[in-house]
Write a protein that binds this ligand. Sequence first.
Ligand SMILES: [Zn+2]
Ligand SMILES: [Zn+2]
Length: 265
Amino acid sequence: MPAAAPAGHSGLVDSHCHLDFPDFEGKLDSVRSEMAENGVTHALCISVNLSGFPNVLALAERYDNFFASVGVHPDQEDRGAVDSGELVRLAQHPKVVAIGETGLDYYRVSGDLEWQRDRFRSHIRAARSCRKPLVIHTREAAADTLRIMREEGAREAGGVLHCFTESQATADAAVGLGFYISFSGIVTFKNAQALKEVARRIPLDRLLVETDSPYLAPVPFRGKTNRPGLVRHVAEEVAKLRGIALEELAAATTGNFFRLFGSPE
Ligand SMILES: [Zn+2]
Ligand SMILES: [Zn+2]
């Protein structure tokens, strides 16, 4: 059964986490009870390579309130080309609600990155073909990310720019392509003033929140292992920045999540 939200609170959704990572081995029960305590009703478990995908899918099959994505992260340099037909085939499972994470990362990987752009194109083609939204990672590659999204018709699939750390102009361009913008714990960091400003201005009907667990724990847990229950701190910060109640932010972001990725059964 999906965890119930505390009375008087709309449930929150963690739109991006990596619960198949070794950090969570044997800890799923405590992760899930912390989610319930914090009114976090659902989580989207994100795939970073195809060899790990069965473990991501197993989480979504085991728990009603977990979903899965299928894709190969742009940092996975040694994985080779990704066949869009293979992604489409794996995405047929009813608990697979998205294609990704995919995208471009010019910060952690360097050299000739044509392979990264090719792989991103394969994911967009797969998303269009199976009509599932994209989870896009972009770091120091905003111009190329937007260009490839336009060239490949990513608008047709829709999706989210996850763990957003780029400029207002990039956010506006992505929203213009029909995409959502997801904020992580980074928005709670003191030195993230420009990002806080973006979080104030994104239309409420395009906002999502996430943890990117086990990374990027929000204040006051910065430096610790992140987990989906802590998405509440991300949501509280974004609500505070926008001058609205947590309940309103929760209702909006959860509504956005299910509009983008499909309704829970
Ligand atoms: Zn990412
Ligand atoms: Zn991720």
